[in-house]
Design a binder for this molecule. Structure first.
Ligand code: NAD
Length: 309
């Protein structure tokens, strides 16, 4: 299978290097010229603990990619999906499948503007990774990836993808309700990413705030009403328990989520695909979402301030 990873940052780099250990052909596509150059000059430097290994996988800017691929795995941030697909229009054919794994809600609808549903595989992952700079990533922890082809589970191509992901050690889980998994993870991100970014703290510090449960419920209660309105199978209590479990010592408590890290680097966040999505859906359906709306505005304010500093 010819696989392109479109968006070869922390997660794209991780999935690409793991898939390249199988007998599939992998290529990186990325819009960050310094990153592409570094990967081609020195290999993608992958840090695990104290060890660093170069992975020699070819990388190219979107405008320099020719030929076709069986599978394009999109791993841009949510707001990078449409620009990336726009720049890849000429290489997406009737046999190209596109997998979308970015965090946030509404990503499938973005991809459907460029690719028919029968060629889309939607997913969500709890693997993690960090981008240290051009050509350098650090792998953290272990994970899995939940996947569902919009064409249906029996699709032959999807079975080949599952085999490739198994061989790569990515721990794929075939789901018949990936939207429920996507919304559950988004609920966690709407709480932990947003509050830790606003409060300049890590997950454990947020969990030790005396009013953390009130803050969590403010987001989740609105989230649940919007999810219900969108016919998503969203279990409010399970999402709440998942969030509270992150505060356990030794768990994720020392983690600074990606929104915090994006702001620290002066980069835009995925807020419009998290709390902003809930606020926008709420507004469109006359569902009050004042907490999510305010949090979205505050993060946009922080984006402006962090860019200036
Ligand atoms: P990333 O920021 O590492 O990379 C995304 C894109 O941004 C890449 O194309 C990268 O080259 C580009 N980029 C990064 N820094 C840049 C810079 N300084 N200048 C120009 N371009 C730059 O993003 P990621 O962490 O791989 O996340 C991809 C998606 O996966 C997101 O939706 C994220 O929420 C989700 N996700 C991330 C993790 C994680 O642990 N990193 C875990 C699960 C899901």
């Amino acid at each position: 299978m010819k696989i392109a990873i479109a968006g070869a940052g922390a997660m794209g780099g991780r999935f690409g290097t793991m898939l390249a250990t199988t007998d599939n052909q992998v290529m990186f596509i990325d819009s960050w010229a310094d990153h592409v150059q570094a990967i081609n000059d020195r290999g993608l430097q992958v840090h695990v603990g104290n060890a660093v290994t170069p992975h020699w996988i070819p990388a190219a800017l979107p405008q320099d990619v020719h030929g076709s691929f069986d599978l394009i795995i999109l791993f841009t941030k949510a707001m990078g999906i449409a620009p990336m697909l726009e720049s890849l229009r000429s290489i997406i054919t009737r046999t190209t499948h596109v997998m979308v794994l970015a965090n946030g809600i509404g990503n499938i609808e973005q991809v459907e503007k460029f690719v028919p549903g029968r060629q889309i595989i939607a997913g969500v992952t709890v693997w993690s990774s960090e981008l240290d700079g051009p050509g350098e990533i650090t792998l953290t922890g272990a994970g899995n990836v939940t996947l569902q082809p919009l064409a249906g589970q029996s699709d032959d191509f999807f079975q080949a993808v599952l085999t490739a992901f198994h061989q790569a050690g990515l721990n794929p889980i075939a789901s018949d309700d990936v939207l429920a998994a996507i919304w559950k993870k988004a609920a966690l991100n709407c709480v932990l990413n947003t509050y830790t970014a606003l409060l300049d703290c890590n997950v454990g510090e947020f969990g030790r705030l005396p009013n953390h449960e009130t803050l969590i419920d403010g987001v989740l209660n609105e989230f649940a009403v919007v999810a219900h309105h969108e016919h998503i199978d969203f279990d409010l209590d399970a999402a709440r328990q998942l969030i509270l479990a992150q505060f356990a010592p030794g768990g994720n408590s020392a983690h600074y989520p990606s929104m915090y890290q994006d702001l620290a680097k002066g980069r835009p966040t995925e807020i419009d695909f998290l709390n902003g999505f809930i606020a926008a859906k709420g507004a469109a359906s006359n569902i009050p979402t004042p907490v999510n709306r305010l949090l979205t505005q505050l993060i946009h304010g922080k984006e402006v301030l962090s860019k200036q500093s």
